[in-house]
Design a protein around this ligand. Structure first.
Ligand code: NAD
Length: 507
């Protein structure tokens, strides 16, 4: 593949009814490679009329899709997974060029998406309801699981394919059609990825590009039936409010500022490597990044030295090279992150590793949006860096004097996405898993996901669950059915009421 030729082909189009179509919109936004700051393409902001056509096509395709057998849907979804394997190298290259993440991470993302798709291909046909013990003899009571209809998936840039497929695979397996509104910073990747859906009926999966206004139109459109949103808290709130107007169900996966607790019984070198990975994977732009690292005072200095050492080994550069870290997603994110860091220093934190833009990058990367992975000590819980989401390459180390204090600080956050603890003490493990108020808790195993188990947040981190069986039900209605095959008289409660059951005043 000639990458630039491919980016040119994907520029200016959206994906509808199985084809890439040039948008009539006069508004386009340039796409910039964050490693080089060079323009590599452009995406259109599709028009209201184009959105209406896409929604209409999705509704037609959805009805035919749901009329098929569960086995047929499963077979076609397995074909999608196979196509994803086949196109993975090309999509991963485009993803790295557009988002900056190392090619290995782009490729991993493709493979994780394959396993989620295969998983939902199977559980989608496993059960479409359950039989319930009757409340009246001789009847049949059961539930039917039915699709929502047209599901709109609105995405951020940090995992453009994975976050799409965690929702789209489940939604499709449940019998829905999907319209994707990708991030402004991953639109060409998402368009390229549409090739994975070749086996599906035209119109079942479509991709419309644009900014918040395109997302807003899809959310409020009366013929879309559910919204799956991943992104920031303010946008999540705006979408939840818009959905409330129509009582449209929505899944909201919003921000996090996950705690990472290190106790004295932890295997310290392993914990330091884990914290370095959890803080800096994808340049810290992961909703479940380790953002508040609480270290017991007995091991604080030793642990900090190890994290500094591990961080010092990381190679930074173009994600297409032999590197561990690429640039941040875009110039705006770099500028925002630099303010977060400056504020932490102003409030008394100390840089012990990194702290600025990397020096010595090759000339073609010198305008790129790079920042050194940075380790902070002398961090206190009241600092802004510990209360707001960081979403960048920063590992703030905060000293705690006890396990109880670590738990209390972990739970003091407005967010509740995930939390990690490193310990070898079974009592601490048990208490952490029971007492931490988040959607996920990892004990000595940071950032792991499992297609077969649920993912999602509590508090300001969001609403609802994706992945696992719960993540399938997120995209299904439950219908209760009660049948009396004999159409029997049900005089135990029908008219006329008996006089004996009427109100009798006390004598
Ligand atoms: P964002 O909220 O700015 O944008 C996300 C998407 O929403 C974009 O596609 C955008 O165009 C669209 N949008 C904006 N306004 C809209 C509106 N009014 N109606 C409909 N759509 C609208 O988020 P971002 O900055 O791109 O993403 C970063 C955030 O995503 C971080 O806070 C991160 O924690 C979060 N995130 C959460 C998870 C999770 O699973 N909880 C996963 C990844 C990222």
């Amino acid at each position: 593949m000639d990458a630039q030729e491919e980016l040119d082909r994907l520029s200016g189009v959206f994906f509808t009814q199985g084809e890439f179509v040039a948008s009539v919109s006069g508004t386009t936004t340039p796409v910039v490679d964050p490693a080089t700051a060079q323009e590599i393409g452009a995406f259109p902001h599709v028009t209201a009329a184009e959105i209406s056509d896409v929604v209409r096509a999705a509704n037609v395709a959805q009805k035919a899709w749901w009329a098929e057998s569960g086995l047929h849907r499963s077979e076609l979804l397995h074909e999608v997974a196979s196509a994803m394997r086949r196109i993975s190298p090309e999509v991963a290259e485009i993803m790295t060029r557009e988002t900056g993440k190392p090619f290995k991470e782009s490729s991993d993302e493709m493979m994780w998406s394959v396993s989620a798709t295969d998983y939902y291909a199977e559980i989608g046909r496993h059960s479409v309801g359950s039989v319930i013990g009757t409340s009246v003899a001789g009847q049949m009571h059961y539930t039917l699981k039915e699709p929502m209809g047209v599901v709109v998936v609105i995405l951020p840039a940090n995992f453009p394919v994975l976050l799409l497929m965690w929702e789209a695979a489940a939604a499709l397996a449940a019998g829905n059609a999907v319209i994707v509104k990708p991030s402004e910073y991953a639109s060409l990747t998402t368009l390229k990825f549409m090739e994975a859906f070749e086996a599906l009926p035209a119109g079942l999966v479509q991709c419309v590009t644009g900014g918040g206004e395109v997302g807003r139109q899809l959310v409020s459109h009366p013929e879309t039936h559910m919204i799956g949103f991943t992104g920031s808290v303010p946008t999540g709130q705006a979408i939840a409010k818009a959905c409330a107007e129509q009582f449209k169900p929505c899944l909201v996966e919003a921000s996090g500022n996950d705690a990472f607790i290190v106790m004295p019984s932890a295997q310290l070198r392993t914990a330091a490597r884990a914290a370095t990975f959890a803080a800096f994977l994808n340049c810290g732009q992961v909703c479940t990044s380790a953002e508040r690292i609480f270290v017991h005072e007995a091991v604080y200095d030793e642990f900090a030295a190890m994290v500094v050492e591990e961080t010092g080994k990381l190679r930074i550069g173009n994600g297409l090279g032999k590197v561990d870290l690429g640039p941040m997603e875009h110039a705006g994110e770099l500028a925002r992150f630099e303010k977060v860091l400056a504020r932490a220093l102003e409030q008394g934190a100390k840089v012990v590793q990194g702290g600025g833009r990397p020096e010595g990058l090759p000339v073609e990367l010198q305008q790129g949006f790079f920042h050194e992975p940075t380790v902070l000590t002398e961090v206190t819980p009241d600092m802004d860096v510990m209360t707001e989401e960081i979403f960048g390459p920063l590992a703030p180390l905060c000293k705690v004097d006890s396990f109880d204090q670590a738990l209390e600080l972990t739970n003091s956050s407005q967010f509740g996405l995930g939390a990690t603890i490193y310990t070898s003490d079974p009592v601490e493990m048990h208490r952490a898993t029971n007492e931490i108020v988040t959607g996920m808790v990892w004990v000595n195993a940071p950032l792991l996901d499992n297609d077969a188990g649920p993912f999602g947040g509590r508090k300001m981190s969001g609403l609802g669950r994706q992945l696992g069986a719960e993540g399938l039900d997120t995209f299904r209605h439950t219908k209760m059915v009660m049948v009396d095959p004999a159409a029997s008289e049900q005089d135990f409660w029908w008219f006329p009421y008996s006089d004996e059951e009427s109100f009798t005043p006390e004598a």
